[in-house]
Design a binder for this molecule. Sequence first.
Ligand code: BGC
Length: 518
Amino acid sequence: MSAFGKLRTLLSYSDRHPPPLTKSRAYHHHHRSNQSSREGSFVDVPKDLLGEIERLEKLFTIDTAKLKQITDRFVGELEKGLSNEGGSIPMNPTWVMSFPNGYETGTFLALDMGGTNLRVCQITLTEQKSEFDIIQSKYRLPEELKTGDADELWEYIADCLMQFIETHHGDTSKLEKLPLGFTFSYPATQNYIDEGILQRWTKGFDIPGVEGHNVVPMFEEALARRGVPIKLTALINDTTGTLIASAYTDTKMKIGCIFGTGCNAAYMEDCGSIPKLAHLNLPPETPMAINCEWGAFDNEHVVLPQTPYDVIIDKDSPRPGQQAFEKMIAGLYLGEIFRLIMVDLHDNHETHIFAGQDIPKLRKAYSLDSSFLSAIEEDPFENLSETAELFQSKLDIRANGPELELIRRTAELIGTRAARLSACGVAAISIKKGYKTCHVGADGSVFNKYPHFKARGAQGLREILDWPEKEDPKADDPIEVLAAEDGSGVGAALIAALTLQRVQAGNMHGILHPENFK
Ligand code: BGC
């Protein structure tokens, strides 16, 4: 077992830009919030392509006034989601009713069914404050399972768990049932912490017969069929796990975010501010973590500026009309937005980029993921030679100089819009809660790997919240978005531990199966 406690140091939100490799040439084009590692130059870009770049800039740029308008509405929508009437943001109570104090102990299993992988962990929260040991195995979540049959999915998961337990515990027949926290990162209604009624699939999943049902019995039946010695003690969302795991090592952490395949946040509310739970008569000051499911923000498109490309993304997704905000930010969609633009500029515009070339590879939906955009944005060379190679090797497309400039600018626009929109959500929760300063724990591939996402997000927050320019560039922002602790591993274990503790102390609120907590 390896000691992983406090393994990850908190990275600063404002990451450093690599210096440009060559001094930039004159830059004649109006460049809004570029945050780019390379100054670029549109001097040689022909007029028609420049026109396209300008059109895209208009479509994708979100200025300060718009950011503020979006944030305003966001604050109101958070409130609405907590009310009896409800709104498009679900604001799901999670029955996670306290922050950890760092002294939680015990050994727990955690299962993470994210958007891309399946991960099984065993976490031991040790006697040392805020420390833990973890062992883990990752399993690929086969693409077919995401749109296949529910039984196959649960059976695959049960098999992975069985394999993990056999590897680490040997003979399963003599084992007592191990407590497990199940990170199920989709919108779910939880009347209890050990229940999760799937509201709708997101992130491209589309498995019939699950929406509207409690997934816990389905999961447990698969375990029983295989004889897997596990009892589920908590079903959690990755954002709630991120919030709790981050608060375990940093008490300033108030919000947990995921910017990955999907996009969402959780924070701690007090029960007195949740009108839709009023009938339960919980003490008003009692904390309750809320899984916002903010991906659904503005599904009705009142403030979000939708481009023609966003319209196509939505229309062709398995759940049109859902997850409007997520579809502009999450990693699942960024590469696809880019691809749609490229195909459009090849087919439909006077510009005809990649003229005379067939583009069968580029025509394949969802063939470019967000790492493709990351690579474009990371190209350090003035002539974008790495981008040219990428287009050649991945897509069999030869892009000329002006086209490469267009490609780079398009990636910047998509990445910048995503980061700035994400700031609206963080700002909205902070405003709603009156947090002038706090830490926000964030995880996910876009947050961790997409170039400049952190700095662009921080710049968005600064504009929305009217922070003065920093005198010392290294100084912290009042609200800092930092790399989080492992939410779906450590966070799930902590939530299982906290739930066990409160049940033992007699707080039985939101517990469906008390027998599993003995
Ligand atoms: C899901 C959320 C999840 C987020 C990040 C969204 O699609 O609805 O439950 O937290 O993705 O994984």
